[in-house]
Design a protein. Structure first.
Length: 229
């Protein structure tokens, strides 16, 4: 009787294990693990060239494997009149020339003057010239005073000196003329005073540029300053 009972229990246990195994396999087969998330190709918005008013799209994006050809500079208008509708250019010019003149950007309020200097920067020197191709020192000062200050000057540096009201160096203000003797006549060179002893002029070697009155060369050549009426 004992042997019969053990046989019945063995069959029952075996049947239960088999059913549990089938149930487990069936349940596991119904479970599908979620797909692994794919890593994204991360790209950084660097070296983007944007013209004011443009929308940045994917074509402006560069990746580390691409050659970085995009320019960081913005495209600005080329005329004085455009400054009124382009505050970005005004801010750019103030920041740039504040560094050159060793002053604060907010002190440079004459944006028309800065714009003209920027447009003519580096224009070559030539005797008697008065164009974008090349010009001389008195043609440059004549152009600046006419376009920025609405004043009319004689053509030569000597005549400009003769027609100006003389001012002392410590009284110099933006737009005043500074005169030098570099060769030939007593007054042979002229520039426009800006700030902090800096003046803009047409150099015979580097064209339109900014120099300091305290530089040894210009300090030795300085002959006076003037204010036009």
């Amino acid at each position: 009787m004992k042997k019969v009972f053990l046989s019945i229990m063995t069959v029952a246990v075996f049947s239960s294990c088999k059913q549990w195994k089938n149930l487990t396999v069936k349940d596991n087969s119904a479970y599908t693990p979620p797909p692994k998330a794919k890593s994204r190709d991360v790209r950084f918005l660097e070296d983007i060239s944007v013209t004011p008013g443009q929308v940045v799209t994917s074509k402006h994006v560069t990746t580390g494997s691409e050659t970085r050809k995009a320019s960081r500079s913005m495209i600005y208008p080329q005329t004085v009149e455009d400054l009124s509708t382009s505050p970005e250019r005004g801010t750019y010019l103030q920041a740039k020339y504040a560094g050159i003149l060793n002053t604060l950007p907010e002190t440079l309020t004459n944006l028309n003057l800065l714009n003209l200097i920027e447009e003519w920067w580096g224009t070559k020197y030539c005797i008697g010239g008065s164009s974008r191709e090349c010009l001389d020192c008195s043609a440059f000062t004549q152009m600046i005073t006419s376009n920025v200050y609405r004043a009319t000057l004689p053509r030569t540096a000597q005549d400009q000196y003769n027609s100006c009201e003389k001012v002392l160096p410590e009284e110099l203000q933006e737009g005043n003329l500074v005169f030098f003797h570099t060769s030939g006549r007593e007054i042979s060179h002229v520039g426009v005073y800006l700030a902090n002893n800096k003046f803009v002029h047409v150099s015979t070697s580097q064209g339109v540029m900014i120099n300091d009155l305290n530089d040894r060369y210009w300090k030795d050549k300085f002959r006076g300053a003037g204010r036009y009426n």
